[in-house]
Design a protein around this ligand. Structure first.
Ligand SMILES: NC(=O)c1ccc[n+]([C@@H]2O[C@H](COP(=O)([O-])OP(=O)(O)OC[C@H]3O[C@@H](n4cnc5c(N)ncnc54)[C@H](O)[C@@H]3O)[C@@H](O)[C@H]2O)c1
Ligand SMILES: [Zn+2]
Length: 363
C-alpha cells in the first residue's frame, strides 16, 4: 500500500512525516536512513510496551542498533521534571551520547516528554517520533513543541525542538479505546473547520468507515491532517501568529480542563465543547452562519464527542479564562470560524459575549 510523505519545511530543521501501514514492523530500516548513530533509546509506557515494543526493538536490532528501552508508567503525571531527570540519568547509565538518538513510542505524553528530554540531554540529541494515538499522530507528534507540567499548570516548561523524522503507522490505532480514538477526531474535525472544507466533507462522508478503522481511509485522513499541521508549523514554527489558529476550541477547552483539574474530561472532549462555544461566538458576531455551526456540531456528535456540558456555569468559565497563564495582557484570544474551511484569530471578544455564548451552549 502507498505511503504518504509530508514535508515539514523548517530550513535546516526540516523533516519528513511518513504515514503508512506496518511501519513499526520495519522501523529499523526506516530509521537507519536518517540516523547514523549506533545506539537508540526507545521511550515508551507500560500500556504501549506490551503491544508494540518487542517488534520495534527487534526491528531496530536487526538494523544493527544497540537498543536501550525505558518503560515509564502510563499517565499525564509522567510529564514532569522528575521523570525528565530520571530519563537523563538512565541515558547516562547506558552510555548514550550525542551521536545516538531517542525514539518516542507512544501517545502525546511520551512524545512531549521524549522531545523535552532530547532537547536538554547533553544540550540536545536527535529524536524520532513514532506516535501511537490518533491525537499524537495528527497533532502532538508534529511541530516540535515539547513540554513537561508544573503543579501550577500544564506544559509550563518546554522547548521548541524538532524531531528528525516522524513515522506514523495507522495499524497501531486498532488497539485504541474508542473514546481515545474520538479525541483525535476532535483535532481532525478542527483541522477541517479552520483550514479545509473538502477535508471536512471527506470526514462527513466517511465517518462510519473511519470509526471502523478502515486503513486506507486512516492513511488518507492522518496524512491530510498532518499536511495541514505541517503547513501551519512551516509558516510559523514558534507561534508568533498563524500557528495560534490550531488553538481553535482550545480557549474554552483549557478553562474546562483546569476547572476539572484535568480529570474526568478528556482533552478531545473539552476541545469539542470549546469548538461549539467558539462557533457560537462567531455566529453572534455575524461571522459564521448558524447552518455551518450546526454542521460542525453534527459531525462532532456523530464522532461521540460532546458539544455541551452542564458542570460549570458561565461565570466559572469566564473566571477560569482570566486565570489562564498564557493570556496576553488580559486579552482572551479566540479562533473564530468564518465558514467551514476558514478561521480568523480575534482578541476582540468581550466578556459579555463570551458569557452569552457559554449560556446559550450550556443550558
Ligand atoms: N506537543 C504538542 O504539540 C501537543 C499537541 C497536543 C497535545 N499534546 C500533549 O499530548 C498529551 C496527550 O496525548 P494523547 O492524547 O496521545 O495521550 P496519552 O499519551 O496519554 O495516550 C492516551 C492513552 O492511550 C494509550 N495508548 C497510546 N497508544 C496506544 C495504542 N496504540 N493502543 C492502545 N493504547 C494506547 C496511552 O498509554 C494512554 O493511556 C498531553 O500531554 C498534551 O499536552 C502535545
Ligand atoms: Zn488539542
Amino acid at each position: 500500500m502507498k505511503q504518504e510523505k509530508i514535508a515539514v519545511k523548517l530550513g535546516k530543521n526540516s523533516y519528513l512525516v511518513t504515514v503508512g501501514r506496518k511501519l513499526t514492523d520495519n522501523i529499523g530500516a526506516h530509521v537507519k536512513k536518517i540516523c547514523s548513530g549506533s545506539a537508540v533509546a526507545v521511550l515508551t509506557n507500560d500500556v504501549v510496551a506490551p503491544l508494540y515494543l518487542e517488534r520495534v526493538r527487534a526491528s531496530l536490532k536487526q538494523s544493527g542498533f544497540r537498543v536501550i528501552t525505558i518503560v515509564l508508567p502510563d499517565g499525564e503525571e509522567q510529564k514532569s521534571m522528575e521523570t525528565a531527570k530520571h530519563i537523563c540519568e538512565k541515558l547516562i547509565k547506558n552510555n548514550v551520547d550525542r551521536t545516538h538518538f531517542l525514539l518516542a513510542l507512544g501517545g502525546g505524553v511520551i512524545g512531549d516528554l521524549t522531545g523535552f528530554a532530547a532537547s536538554i540531554y547533553m544540550r540536545g540529541i536527535p529524536f524520532i517520533q513514532v506516535p501511537t494515538t490518533l491525537l499524537a499522530q495528527v497533532d502532538a507528534g508534529i511541530g516540535g513543541k515539547t513540554a513537561v507540567n508544573l503543579s501550577s499548570g500544564k506544559n509550563l516548561i518546554g522547548t521548541f525542538y524538532q524531531p528528525k523524522a516522524v513515522f506514523i503507522d495507522v495499524d497501531v490505532l486498532d488497539s485504541l479505546e474508542k473514546e481515545v480514538f474520538a479525541e483525535g477526531m476532535a483535532e481532525i474535525i478542527k483541522h477541517g473547520v479552520i483550514k479545509d472544507r473538502n477535508y471536512f466533507e471527506f470526514l462527513e462522508k466517511n465517518l462510519t468507515d473511519i470509526f471502523s478503522r478502515d486503513k486506507d481511509l486512516l492513511v488518507r485522513m492522518v496524512a491530510a491532517s498532518c499536511r495541514i499541521k505541517a503547513e501551519v508549523v512551516s509558516k510559523d514554527e514558534k507561534e508568533a501568529g498563524l500557528r495560534a489558529i490550531l488553538n481553535y476550541g482550545h480557549t474554552i477547552a483549557h478553562a474546562i480542563e483546569s476547572l476539572s483539574s484535568y480529570k474526568s474530561i478528556l482533552h478531545g472532549q473539552a476541545v469539542s465543547i470549546g469548538m461549539s462555544v467558539a462557533g457560537r461566538i462567531a455566529v453572534y458576531k455575524g461571522l459564521f452562519p448558524e447552518k455551518e455551526l450546526n454542521r460542525q456540531n453534527k459531525l462532532l456528535e456523530a464522532s461521540g464527542l460532546p458539544v455541551s456540558q452542564s458542570r460549570f456555569s458561565a461565570t466559572e468559565i469566564v473566571k477560569a479564562l482570566k486565570n489562564d497563564k498564557k493570556i496576553k495582557d488580559g486579552k482572551i484570544r479566540f479562533v473564530l470560524p468564518v465558514k467551514i474551511g476558514e478561521a480568523i484569530i480575534s482578541d476582540n471578544v468581550d466578556d459579555a459575549l463570551i458569557s452569552k455564548a457559554v449560556n446559550a451552549v450550556f443550558p
